[in-house]
Each structure stands twice: as structure tokens, then as C-alpha cells.
Design a protein around this ligand. Structure first.
Ligand code: ATP
Ligand code: MG
Length: 809
């Protein structure tokens, strides 16, 4: 069959694939049907037409911006017939001129110098490109295709068991063939263009496009390797290279300088007026300078690319861009060689154990649904996909027996000659090339059980108290870590995952206390669900089962913890204080403690005095200190040196479960204080209306009328609500809950975390109250702290500080 060798590829088990049309045929007769069919015939003649066009076309650049196609056509007609002119629509920096035939083409190329409108034109033959058919429907739109949750649910419910569901997840999310091809084409395009400006450079994809965890529409991470370009430039500058320079004094547009040519000695023409490199010495240029150059090439010379932006301040500086037709977002970095290593490492792990992909895809989607991971804009407090993937790999390393080897074990294999020794940026990144040469894997756990165990393990893991090491395949307790790595620069925080190669890098350093807590809670919920039959068995009644329920999004409220409680964060607001008190506070030996004390007093005041709740000691909470002072109310204040400004009422404050102090950098971590409260009236409803009425009656107008007034106004608002409702004291309270305050976790964390746990079966009513508190409480706390610090009540200020000490000592 004509062209058959070129287009047809044999598949295992007797099948065939037509590369031209992306069609597979089960056997020879159906292959022949296809090759005779309309689609194949049409594409074949299209290909022939394009190839002939290519043979008689030239690539033209260097003209004035704004030059039109007819102007170019007119110019080239001086050499013979011109069949068509196609301008680069996007940038107007080049054009493809199709001449009538080869003869005209040769005349054009033989002409020594082309000039138009006073500008020297660069004219070169067109690149011979392989004809690639892209199915019209998918072209461009493929990466944006998003799998709808309904479609996912439907597909998963039909699977037979959880293992099959997890494999389904991979199939539904991974790239389609056309997406893979599109990325490949883009990489080729970038390589072509960048080679013109940075001879010898290499564009190397990394990250999810190539690490085995590709997902529809994920970004395209590229590394621009300029090492060779730098050495070419250096040698071109050397005096003894003058001769080579003369020999190579060609227009970089006219002659494509591939790395191969460059290696052969035909170095680039760095002196050419056209070479963008003539302005900059790569060896001494700063990162922002090189990035700007890369951005300029992207902006001006890569067709279809827009929204180009250099981000020199990122940990790994990049140039961001968007590819218009496909909607793909991408990054080009210039000093991220370590990412190439960790990309290969992730890929290696997918090859070492086929359960890695289904497990990672499933956990990534779960974490995304719960708002725990996957931050499309970089930064932010969520786990990034890379960190989450490392966590899964660590989990597999620590199974019994291990499902994956540790990085140290892999390095040993390399030392024994199985693979390349590689030192990158001073870090040992050696690991074997070939995963099939590893010892046989003796771990045979099912995917279903691995997923459940992942949740159990991390539901109980002390993230802040240790460093997860993939190199050693174990969690290193902080004191040990600090002792053994005295001068480690690893930034410790609430979530510590050490990069397997760059050992001073905590890949989860951006994760904050709140996200770490939520991660843990979500894992616990996951573990609980995985014990149920709903997880383990397919529903015979068509109900959601297995992964489907696990994938249901968590409550979107950022503060919510799930069934165990509701979290609220009270920020450090030093600006609420007068400059004097602010200075005093910041001078304090431990200002976090002092601040915490102030916030606790404020919470007490707001709950009790402003919102008129009653607060008592939580049942069963151990009393760890002797009471020394009476609160003046019905009950004693528990918790000893509690000199807070509580006059009357039934407030009880007690220090709650002090966590054992580990020798670590933040000894006060986990210190807490709790209240047990009852709410008798709907004090959260209709406040705005009453505030307005009070204002009309002569109370001072609140500065932000919509949100909250002064503490006094808000007290009055509560009183008015109570009056309107009628005093229902004596009956059961509307709500009961406990609130537990903690100093924010990490050493610099100045926030107070306040966790509410409602009594059972209060459902929506408590949620309403909690949503109200989310806005109201931090604001009121800020006002209270500001007021007590203004000297009006220096006593209560002192007491607040002493309270902090009492609780935390
Ligand atoms: P996706 O783009 O789907 O979120 P990704 O793995 O490509 O997944 P990116 O954030 O785009 O994630 O990062 C690209 C690559 O850069 C990662 O695969 C990893 O190789 C490397 N990388 C990302 N974040 C870190 C980090 N914190 N530390 C070290 N390497 C990282
Ligand atoms: Mg990426």
C-alpha cells in the first residue's frame, strides 16, 4: 500500500495504527478499509499539498512592523509569480511567502540581499516539518476540557470495586493523545525559536507534563538550559575564535544553528546585528536580565503566545506565559535543574510500582475537593501537588513491607554502578535509570486498603513535630533532626516535608497551621469513612459508594474543621494598640504569650458581656491549678492566677490539656485555654436592624454601620434582642458549645486559633451562630484589645498580660 510504511505502525496482538489519522484497526482487512476510506485519502492529499507548498515557500522576517501581505507580495513578484503570502497574525514579525514554483524560489534564495522599505529582509527556506493532523474538534480545546463531577460520579459508580475506581480516576484525568501531542508540538516550537536566539540551548519539559501525573489542562513547565549557549558565547568572545567567528558570520535567521551544528564548531554569530545575544553576556548577566530577555523572545517571536510576564522574585524565577489557542498556561525557568531531577524521580516511582499513579491521582483529587491542595496561582497556604505527591511516596516507602525504596537505598544502588551519579547544585541526585532492575516488590496491598491506611497514618501524624524524610524513608522527630542537622537551613513550620534531593528545602513550608490542621482532620474523616461498608462495597441500589463519597467537597467555609469542630482565626492586630502599648508589647520577653493573654480576655468579654452567653468549665476537664481568686459570680474561677476583668457572671476559665512540651523552638506551641458556653437568645440575628434603631435613638453611630459598632453599642444590641425575645432563662439554652483557644503553631505565628465544638445535634442553628462569630468575634476582639490598651483600663491590660502568663507558665 503506498505510503504504508510511513503511516502504519503494528501494534501488539496483530492490530495496526494509522499515524496520519490516529486511527487503530484490529486487523489487516480493517486497516485496508481505513486506508482506502475517505478520511485517510483526504488527509493524504492534504499532506501532499502542504508538502508541495512548503517546498516552494520562504520564511521572511526583518520587515517593518505593519508591513502588509500585498506589499510583500509585490516585492517578491519581481522574482516571478507569488502564490500566497501568510502573515504571522499574532505579532506581524514574520511571513510565509509561497512562490509559484521551485524555479522562482531558487531565484529568491540566490538573491544576495533583500531590502524592503529600507529594512534588510531575512529570507530562508521553510523548515521541513512533519505533517501532523490534529482532529479539528479537539484541537485547541483539549486542555480546557474539564471533567464534570457528574460524569466522574457516574463513571465511578459503575466500577466494580474501589481498586477499579482508582484506576478509572487515572484514565479520566490523564492526558489524551492529542493533549500529549499538543505539548510535544509546543516544546518543539519553543526549541526552534529559542535556538535562534540562544544557540545550543535546550528547552526541557518537567513537572506534571512529563512526571507521570499529568492532568487535563495542567500547566506546562519548561526549563531553558543555557549552559551550552554560555560556552559558545564565551568561546566566540575569545580572541583565538575570531576566525571561527568570521566563518560563522551568518545571519542567525538565515541559518538555523542547531545544537548539533554548534557542537561541530560552527558557532553562532554573536556579533550579528540581529543576534539578541550581542547585547548581553550570559556569563555575567543577572537572573532578572536573562528572564527579561526570555520574556522578550516569547513576546516578540513565539507565535500564539501572550500574557508574558517575568517573575524574578519567585523562589525559582520564571517567565509565565499563556498559549492562546490551547489556553495552556506555562512557565519557563532558567535555574531549576533540580526540578528536572525530581521530575525524573517521580517518574521513576511510577515505574517502580504501578499503584503509585492511581493512589496519587486519587489523593490529589480528594485534596483538591477538600480545599487542601493544588493552588493554581502558586503561593498560598495549601499543599502544592508536588508536596502532596512526595507525601504519598513517603507513605509507600513506610509500608510494611515497603512498597517503594528510600532515596538513600536508590543512591546505594547507583553507587554499585546501576545508573548515573549526579550532583546538581551541590546536592546528590543519583538514582538508577531503570526501575525494572529494582528488587521485586513484596508489598501486595490493594489500592483500596492503601488509601484507607494513608488516611489513618496522616490522621494521626505529628506534622509540626517532625520532618518527613524521603531520603531516609522515615519521619525524623524535630529534636533529632535539629541535633543531627545543626546548620540545616530547612524552614520548619506546621508541615515539614524535606525535598528528597535538596535537603535544605521544606517543600511544604508555605502550608500554614490552619491548612495543616484541616489536612489532619480531613484525613481522620477519610479514615473513618474508609472503615464503612459504603466505602468498601459497591452499592446495589445505585447509591454513591467508594471514592464517590470521599470526593464530595468539604464544607467550603475556610474555617470549618468538619464534624469535630469549627475553627476561627484571630489575627495579630498590633495596629489596634496605641504606639506606646505596641512598643511595650513587642519588647516583652515573649510577646506572643502576652498577645494571647489579651486575646483570651477579649474573647471572654465578648462572649459573656457583649453576647450575654454564660460560660462554665467544660465537663471532665482536668483542673491543673489551684484556684486563688474568686470570680465574684456563682462559680469560682478555675485556673488559678486568673486576674481577668470578669465581674460577676458565671464565667469559668481553665487551662486545657497542656501538651507535653517537646524541646523545640516553640515551647509554647499547643498551649490552650477553653470555655464552655451556653447561648440563650438568638443574639446573632437582626443585629444590624437594632443597631440602626439604637442609632436613631441617639447612640453613637457605628463607624461601619453594616458590620459592628463599639463594644458598648454591641452590648446594647444584645440587650435589646434579649428584651424583644423575652427572658427565657431557666429553660434549656438554644446552644451549647465549647471554645478552645490556642496560640498559632509555628514560632513566628502570632495568631490565635479558636476551635468551637458544638454539643451534639445542634446542626444548622450552631452553624448560623458560628458564621456570625467568624465576622464578629475578630473585630470585637480587636476593639477590646485596643480599648484596654488605651490606658482607660490599664488594670485590665495588666491583668490581660498576667492572664497570659498564668495560662502559659
Ligand atoms: P501541577 O502543575 O499539575 O500542579 P506539577 O508537578 O507540575 O503539578 P508545579 O507546581 O507546576 O507542579 O511544579 C512543577 C515541578 O516543579 C514539580 O513537578 C516539581 O518537579 C518542581 N517543584 C514544584 N514545587 C516544588 C517545590 N516546592 N520544591 C521543589 N520542587 C518543586
Ligand atoms: Mg506544573
Amino acid at each position: 500500500w503506498p505510503g504504508m510504511e510511513q503511516d502504519v505502525e503494528s501494534l501488539p496482538r496483530g492490530g495496526f495504527r494509522c499515524r496520519l489519522c490516529h486511527v487503530t484497526a484490529a486487523n489487516k482487512p480493517s486497516l485496508h478499509d481505513h486506508l482506502r476510506g475517505k478520511k485517510h485519502q483526504r488527509l493524504e492529499s492534504l499532506r501532499t499539498k502542504r508538502q508541495l507548498q512548503e517546498l516552494r515557500s520562504v520564511f521572511v522576517s526583518g520587515f517593518h512592523k505593519g508591513t502588509s501581505a500585498p506589499e510583500l507580495s509585490e516585492y517578491f513578484q519581481a522574482f516571478g509569480g507569488v502564490a500566497s503570502v501568510v502573515m504571522d497574525k499574532d505579532k506581524g514579525v514574520y511571513a510565509i511567502v509561497e512562490l509559484q514554483d521551485q524555479e522562482v524560489l531558487e531565484k529568491v534564495l540566490a538573491h544576495p540581499q533583500h531590502c524592503l522599505g529600507g529594512k534588510r529582509l531575512r529570507v530562508k527556506p521553510r523548515e521541513k516539518k512533519e505533517f501532523k493532523y490534529m482532529p479539528p474538534k479537539k484541537q485547541g480545546s483539549a486542555p480546557r476540557e474539564q471533567l464534570s463531577p457528574e460524569k466522574l460520579t457516574q463513571a465511578l459508580c459503575q466500577a466494580d470495586d474501589v481498586d477499579a475506581q482508582m484506576s478509572q480516576v487515572v484514565q479520566l484525568f490523564e492526558f489524551s493523545e492529542s493533549e500529549r501531542q499538543l505539548r510535544h508540538l509546543l516544546v518543539t516550537l519553543f526549541q526552534e525559536v529559542f535556538s535562534e536566539f540562544f544557540p545550543g540551548c535546550a528547552i526541557l519539559p518537567f513537572g506534571s507534563s512529563v512526571n507521570g501525573f499529568d492532568i487535563h489542562g495542567c500547566d506546562l513547565d519548561l526549563f531553558l538550559d543555557l549552559e551550552k549557549t554560555k560556552s559558545f558565547q564565551a568561546s566566540a568572545k575569545a580572541p583565538q575564535e575570531a576566525q571561527v567567528r568570521r566563518a560563522g558570520n551568518r545571519d542567525p535567521w538565515r541559518t538555523k544553528c542547531t545544537p548539533l551544528q554548534a557542537e561541530e564548531g560552527a558557532g553562532p554569530d554573536t556579533d550579528s546585528e540581529d543576534s539578541i545575544l550581542s547585547d548581553i553576556d550570559l556569563a555575567t548577566a543577572t537572573v532578572p536580565e536573562v528572564l527579561e530577555l526570555v520574556a522578550a523572545v516569547l513576546r516578540k517571536c513565539v507565535p500564539g503566545v501572550h500574557s508574558v510576564q517575568a517573575v524574578p522574585s519567585a523562589r525559582r524565577p520564571v517567565v509565565k506565559f499563556c498559549h492562546k489557542d490551547s489556553g495552556l498556561l506555562g512557565d519557563i525557568s532558567i535555574n531549576n535543574r533540580l526540578a528536572l531531577c525530581n521530575t525524573r524521580f517521580l517518574q521513576f516511582c511510577t515505574e517502580a510500582d504501578e499503584r503509585v499513579r492511581p493512589l496519587v491521582y486519587t489523593l490529589r483529587y480528594w485534596a483538591k475537593q477538600q480545599g487542601l491542595a493544588g493552588n493554581p496561582f502558586g503561593g498560598g497556604p495549601l499543599l502544592n501537588n508536588y508536596a502532596l505527591t512526595l507525601l504519598v511516596l513517603f507513605f509507600l516507602q513506610t509500608r510494611c513491607p515497603p512498597a517503594l525504596p528510600t532515596v538513600a537505598q536508590l543512591r546505594e544502588l547507583t553507587a554499585l554502578g546501576d545508573g548515573d551519579q549526579a550532583i546538581v547544585d551541590g546536592w546528590d541526585c543519583s538514582f538508577p535509570q531503570d526501575a525494572s532492575r529494582l528488587e521485586p516488590n513484596t508489598n501486595t496491598e490493594s489500592l483500596c486498603s492503601l488509601l484507607a491506611k494513608f488516611f489513618c497514618v496522616f490522621g494521626d501524624h505529628d506534622f509540626a513535630g517532625c520532618v518527613i524524610s524521603l531520603r531516609e524513608g522515615r519521619a525524623l522527630p524535630l529534636p533529632n533532626f535539629l541535633l543531627s542537622e545543626m546548620d540545616s537551613k530547612l524552614k520548619l513550620g506546621p508541615f515539614n516535608v524535606q525535598d528528597p534531593f535538596e535537603l535544605s528545602h521544606n517543600v511544604a513550608a508555605n502550608v500554614n497551621e490552619k491548612t495543616a490542621l484541616r489536612f489532619q482532620h480531613c484525613c481522620r474523616d477519610g479514615a473513618k469513612y474508609c472503615r464503612s461498608l459504603q466505602y468498601q462495597r459497591k452499592s446495589s441500589k445505585g447509591k454513591a459508594w467508594g471514592l464517590v463519597r470521599l470526593f464530595q467537597p468539604g464544607v467550603p467555609e475556610a474555617g470549618e474543621l468538619g464534624p469535630d469542630g469549627f475553627l476561627l482565626t484571630i489575627p495579630f492586630t498590633p495596629m489596634a494598640l496605641s504606639p506606646g502599648s505596641r512598643w511595650q508589647l513587642c519588647q516583652a520577653r515573649d510577646f506572643r504569650r502576652c498577645w494571647f493573654g489579651k486575646v483570651c480576655s477579649a474573647i471572654t468579654f465578648v462572649l459573656k458581656d457583649v453576647l450575654k452567653c454564660s460560660c462554665t468549665e467544660p465537663a471532665g476537664q482536668p483542673l491543673t491549678q489551684e484556684p486563688t481568686e474568686q470570680g465574684g459570680g456563682e462559680q469560682p474561677i478555675v485556673g488559678s492566677k486568673h486576674p481577668q476583668s470578669d465581674e460577676g457572671g458565671s464565667l469559668v476559665v481553665s487551662p486545657a490539656r497542656k501538651r507535653l512540651r517537646a524541646e523545640g523552638p516553640a515551647p509554647e506551641e499547643g498551649e490552650s485555654m477553653s470555655w464552655s458556653c451556653a447561648v440563650w437568645h438568638r443574639v446573632w440575628m437582626g443585629r444590624r436592624r437594632i443597631r440602626r434603631q439604637l442609632w436613631h435613638l441617639g447612640s453613637p453611630q457605628p463607624d461601619t454601620e453594616q458590620e459592628a459598632g463599639s463594644l458598648e453599642v454591641e452590648e446594647k444590641v444584645s440587650e435589646a434582642i434579649i428584651q424583644q425575645e423575652g427572658d427565657s432563662r431557666g429553660a434549656e439554652p438554644l446552644l451549647r458549645f465549647t471554645a478552645c483557644a490556642q496560640v498559632g503553631g509555628s514560632q513566628e505565628d502570632t495568631r490565635t486559633l479558636l476551635c468551637f465544638t458544638p454539643a451534639p445535634q445542634q446542626g444548622p442553628l450552631f452553624q448560623d451562630f458560628y458564621h456570625f462569630l467568624q465576622g464578629f468575634l475578630p473585630k470585637m476582639v480587636e476593639r477590646y484589645v485596643g480599648r484596654t490598651a488605651e490606658g482607660g483600663s490599664s488594670e485590665s491590660q495588666d491583668s490581660a498580660l498576667r492572664l497570659g502568663d498564668a495560662i502559659l507558665d
